[in-house]
Design a protein around this ligand. Structure first.
Ligand SMILES: NC(=O)c1ccc[n+]([C@@H]2O[C@H](COP(=O)([O-])OP(=O)(O)OC[C@H]3O[C@@H](n4cnc5c(N)ncnc54)[C@H](OP(=O)(O)O)[C@@H]3O)[C@@H](O)[C@H]2O)c1
Length: 325
């Protein structure tokens, strides 16, 4: 597995990262069973075997249980902590907690950031996070407060590097204006069927029905050496065998094309999905979230697949469901 720098940080990360969201078994407060723990260990071992050195968490994944089960790896693989890059996130609060009337909301207050990082460190049984991300933009963000929380965490040796997730270029610009710590990554939804960050540039100056405004986020991150991380990298299996209710033409065409290109390259379809992300010159790090060792192996083959410009654009057009202007 090839590695690359993560933004301006001093860490080198595997081009494919493992997303630990499903490891805890379920999004509830039921205790971790031995079966869930065993399955998590098998999955993480499979990722390590493929050369993955980067593990993505969030305080909320499976209500904390994903971080909790991951901590078993310190006993499974002695000296692992110093060899991997551990990322977690903060900032999303569940509806119904602590008050039944509370709705799902975002919270970048210093109090919330500091308290949740303590929780992550405790569950992960580690003294520090390599990277901490703000999970989803808080509409009520006070950037000076975020700066203070980040400085406190950095000075205490609890977090080495900082990043964001699902943020537009202007949101990043606002935050970076106040922060003393660099932003090294922005984790966003991106895959062959979720191409809005690219479509925006392609559809410039045209009337289109299907247009999400991303404010030049991909260009902003490239210009400022902020590594993009893609979530949903495997399209949740929807073009590699998972049953899709009422598939669109884009689904059907992409599924067929991914299978065809995989066959010509002698790899599994998941490898083509990952290779499509890695082929973009922004050097996007692909975060995969399958729990199955065989799919982790299949996806990691993508690191060794070179897609031609023509193959890449055919996949892009298929995933968009329409040709380019
Ligand atoms: N920052 C954010 O807002 C955000 C949001 C979502 C996720 N993430 C991160 O990104 C990681 C990956 O995201 P993701 O899980 O959405 O992406 P993904 O890697 O595209 O999807 C993984 C999911 O798809 C299923 N899957 C894959 N291939 C399949 C197939 N052929 N048939 C049936 N099911 C299949 C997997 O099930 P199996 O386990 O059975 O293979 C798993 O549930 C997460 O773990 C998390 O760390 C971040």
């Amino acid at each position: 597995m090839k590695t690359q720098p993560l933004g301006v940080s001093d860490v080198r990360v595997s081009r494919v990262a493992y997303g630990c969201m499903p490891l805890g078994g379920g999004w509830d407060r039921s205790p971790v069973t031995p079966a869930i723990q065993k399955s998590a260990i098998t999955t993480v071992r499979a990722a390590l075997d493929e050369g993955i050195n980067f593990f993505d968490h969030a305080d909320i994944y499976c209500k904390g249980k994903s971080e909790e089960v991951f901590a078993a790896m310190w006993n499974e693989v002695p000296s692992l902590r110093g060899k991997i890059i551990l990322q977690s996130k903060t900032g999303i609060r569940f509806g119904g907690e602590p008050d039944a009337r509370d709705v799902t909301r975002y919270d970048f207050s210093a109090e919330h950031i500091l308290r949740t990082v303590e929780g992550s460190l405790k569950r992960l049984k580690t003294d520090y996070l390599d990277v901490l991300l703000l999970h989803r933009p808080d509409v009520l963000v006070e950037p000076e407060e975020v700066a203070r929380a980040f400085d406190d965490l950095h000075q205490a040796g609890k977090v080495r590097w900082f990043g964001v997730s699902n943020e537009t270029a202007p949101q990043l610009e606002l935050l970076r204006h106040y922060l003393h710590q660099p932003i090294v990554t922005n984790q966003v939804q991106f895959n062959v069927m979720h191409t809005h960050m690219l479509d925006e540039g392609v559809n410039f100056n045209q009337y289109v029905n299907r247009m999400a405004r991303n404010a030049g986020t991909i260009e902003y991150c490239r210009l400022n050496n902020i590594t993009l991380q893609s979530w949903g990298s495997l399209v949740n299996g929807r073009v590699t065998g998972r049953r899709v209710e009422n598939p669109t033409k884009a689904h059907t065409d992409t599924t067929a094309l991914v299978a065809e290109i995989a066959k010509t390259k002698g790899v599994d379809p998941e490898a083509i999905l990952v290779a499509w992300i890695l082929r973009h010159p922004a050097k996007i790090q692909a975060v995969i979230g399958t729990t199955r060792p065989e799919r982790i192996k299949a996806a990691c083959q993508g690191d060794g697949v070179d897609l031609s410009r023509e193959e890449w654009y055919r996949l892009y057009a298929a995933g968009r469901g329409e040709g380019l202007p």
